[in-house]
Design a protein around this ligand. Structure first.
Ligand code: NAP
Length: 301
């Protein structure tokens, strides 16, 4: 493998740049950027993700506040929290941490967020803007992948790309962003037949299936570039005292490493870029709300 697509390194560089922008521009704006994160229930993974986002905000100088609602909160409680944050002039970005506990209408809640504060880029209006090529907040994970590819000088024009996964969170916006960069994109999903035959034609393969170790040597052609979006905590051993875990992606990394040209590591690839793009989106929304020119538009696909 020639290139490791190091998301951790780029995310750290972006944080330095964002901190400088915030330190400088908050004097003109009269306040720092504000991010509100709504978490519902006690899902432990969500707890870790929210805490990582809070720490990242602190590092760059974004004022973050967490609104942690109980699992037995009513739909109207959450809706009321969203409405008050929509009206709060110190809040530039609102993030609803997903997944929500069973039974909540995720789509309705996402739609209730002011589209101009939708730092996850999942509002219907912002997905529509992406389809039409209009400016607006972009979904963090695919936008982070685009930034990582650009940083590593990976040219997408005319390239054959296969995206595995068609979720609203990753697969669909990813395919649209790659298409906008003039790649020829095919989207695969759980009903796709002969997956390996398809993926072997790819110059770039983006894997967002959410299935540990799905993709191996038989799926990639020599010189392919692989982006592994999946992240899974796998138990490796257990005894009476402790269980051991390791993180892995959707790709059998060791197996494909010798065959591919470039690849994202897990951890340290897509994950840090997702958090970095949340910061970028928040700074972008802050500049928009304060009437400042955007200093981060080059980072938004
Ligand atoms: P999701 O909503 O479960 O979507 C998975 C997609 O993969 C679906 O479209 C599904 O097809 C497709 N799929 C499942 N099994 C397949 C198979 N065997 N062959 C081909 N396609 C298959 O998941 P998601 O939210 O997009 O997330 C995907 C993965 O990325 C998860 O592991 C998640 O944890 C990870 N993730 C990581 C980050 C990060 O920052 N690192 C951010 C977001 C997500 P159907 O549509 O037919 O069901």
């Amino acid at each position: 493998m020639e290139i490791i697509l190091d998301g951790k390194k780029l995310a750290a560089e972006l944080e330095i740049r964002l901190k400088q922008d915030i330190d400088h521009l908050s004097i003109i704006a009269g306040r720092r950027p504000g991010l509100a994160v709504i978490r519902v229930g006690e899902d432990p993974a969500s707890g870790v993700y929210v805490s990582n986002k809070e720490k990242a905000c602190k590092r760059v100088g974004i004022d973050s506040s967490i609104f942690h609602l109980k699992e037995d909160s009513s739909f109207d409680d959450i809706l009321g929290t969203v409405a008050s944050l929509n009206n709060d002039l110190n809040v530039d970005g609102i993030l609803l941490q997903l997944p929500l506990p069973n039974g909540f209408d995720e789509t309705r809640l996402l739609k209730a967020i002011d589209p101009e504060k939708d730092v996850d880029g999942l509002h219907t209006i912002n997905l529509g803007r992406l389809i039409k090529g209009e400016a607006g907040p972009r979904s963090c994970t695919p936008a982070g992948i685009m930034a990582l590819l650009r940083y590593n000088n990976i040219d997408l024009e005319g390239k054959r790309v296969v995206v595995i996964g068609r979720s609203i969170l990753v697969g669909k916006p990813m395919a649209l962003m790659l298409q906008a960069a003039n790649a020829t994109v095919t989207v695969a999903h759980s009903k796709t037949l002969n997956l390996a035959e398809l993926t072997n034609q790819a110059d770039l393969l983006v894997v967002a299936a959410g299935k540990p170790n799905l993709i191996g040597c038989e799926h990639v052609s020599p010189g392919c570039i692989v982006v592994d979006v999946g992240i899974h905590r796998i138990q490796t051993s257990t005894n009476l005292i402790e269980s051991k875990f390791k993180l892995c992606g959707d790709v059998r990394a060791k197996e494909v490493a010798s065959k591919v040209r470039a690849m994202t590591p897990v951890p340290g690839g897509v994950g840090p870029m997702t958090v970095a793009m949340l910061l970028v989106n928040t700074v972008n929304r802050w500049q928009f709300h304060c009437g400042l020119s955007s200093t981060v538009s080059d980072l938004l696909p």
